[in-house]
Write a protein that binds this ligand. Structure first.
Ligand code: GLY
Length: 389
């Protein structure tokens, strides 16, 4: 990001939002951004086939798609459901349904823990907004498929099937997000066992994945025979001992979601501890550096982590009554609504947000639009719109 712009944000409090009303983001601004989203997402839809989803942009500005098995395949249909929820356009509804139904074959494919993201963001939102019973069946079947990945000895769901450098049973903090498919599946299918798998994973992760300051490791490698923790490391962050921003965002969202889904106080305490740590460490404009511990003078920002945090902070403020969480979400959204982050109509390949960071150590998706940044941005805006208080 340009230094002069950061300077103006810090010194003048420059944002895209007004300051005089009770809400910094007006109803008109919300309507404008969802109208922009409709145009952008029509543009993305036109570029897809039956077996592709939007992923990011290539260096030459062309769309990079993914296949249906890529962990992000549920975000495009999910974003369309949020756009439909706000604007009620029948054209967007049909598009959301079409894009959601493309993912049913996942039930028959080899999938990993990310089937939670893939099905809950797509079919979960479809069911929430349409009550279509066929969506319920996919969600319950997907939840059982995910639950098979739990090993009772480790007490966690295995994240990835591939193994690197001494891993035996890798579990990443991102996996907290996939638990929502289990709690939704438990509710829809009436099977308490699914909810128990979610709680067991969340409890073991709370014990093994966090440092004393409530920052999270990216990956914990377990011994599947004994349940022992063999190593704690990073894959996508700056260093094994650093706080990779998106990992912290997944942790915040994951425990806040688990409190909402189960009512268990220990998850709320964990979410508050993570949230309070983030309130102290986030930069003035609310957009995290890609890793909180990158020692460079002005590291890249990761808008995807900001969007995930904003969505989680709004719900956490509702669970706790703490307005500081809501104020941070509002600040993050206001910064994301500035031209530095938000695309203009017809630009950015059809995506909404600029400046996401996928995987710097792998030199992949660096300072680009990301389908999940858009998804959590739209979710946060819908949550902001519905927030009372
Ligand atoms: N779950 C992968 C990521 O956050 O990049």
């Amino acid at each position: 990001m340009k230094k002069w712009y950061l300077f103006l944000v810090a010194v003048l409090g420059l944002t895209a939002c007004g300051k005089d009303a009770g809400r910094a983001i007006s109803d008109q601004q919300l309507a404008d951004v969802f109208s922009l989203a409709e145009k952008q997402y029509l543009m993305l839809d036109e570029q897809l086939t039956d077996s592709t989803m939007p992923r990011t942009l290539n260096a030459d500005g062309t769309l990079r798609t993914s296949d249906l098995n890529w962990w992000c395949s549920g975000f495009f249909p999910g974003s369309l459901w949020y756009i439909y929820e706000f604007g009620q356009s029948p054209v967007i509804r049909d598009m959301a349904l079409k894009q959601t139904q493309k993912l049913k074959p996942l039930l028959e494919m080899n999938t990993d823990h990310d089937i939670g993201f893939q099905l809950n963001c797509s079919y979960g939102n479809a069911y929430r907004l349409t009550d279509d019973e066929t969506c319920r069946d996919v969600l319950v079947a997907g939840a059982w498929k995910l639950a098979q990945r739990m090993n009772p000895t480790t007490g966690v769901i295995r994240s990835w099937d591939f193994l690197r450098k001494g891993w035996k049973y890798p579990v990443i903090i991102d996996n907290m997000m996939n638990l929502e498919l289990l709690t939704v599946g438990a509710r829809l299918g009436g099977e308490e066992q699914l909810g128990q798998v979610a709680r067991t994973h969340a409890d073991t992760t709370m014990k093994n994945h966090f440092r004393a300051d409530y920052t999270s490791y990216h990956l914990v490698n377990y011994d599947p025979e004994t349940g022992e923790v063999l190593s704690r490391e990073t894959v996508q962050g700056y260093a094994d001992e650093s706080a990779w921003s998106r990992g912290q965002a997944w942790a915040l969202y994951g425990y806040s979601m688990m409190y909402r889904e189960t009512g268990e106080a220990r998850y709320l305490v964990q979410a508050k501890n993570i949230g309070d740590m983030l309130l102290k460490r986030l930069p003035d404009d609310g957009i995290p550096y890609w890793d909180f511990d990158d020692p460079q003078e002005n590291p890249l920002r990761d808008v995807s982590a900001a969007a995930i945090m904003a969505s989680a902070f709004i719900q956490l403020s509702e669970h706790t009554g703490n307005k500081d969480y809501f104020s941070m979400a509002e600040k993050q959204l206001c910064t994301m609504l500035t031209p530095e982050y938000l695309a203009t109509a017809g630009s950015n390949g059809g995506f909404l947000l600029k400046h996401g960071v996928g995987n710097i150590p792998d030199n992949s998706e660096v300072d680009v639009p990301l389908t999940y940044a858009d998804y959590y941005f739209l979710e946060a805006l819908v949550r902001y719109w519905k927030h009372e208080g």
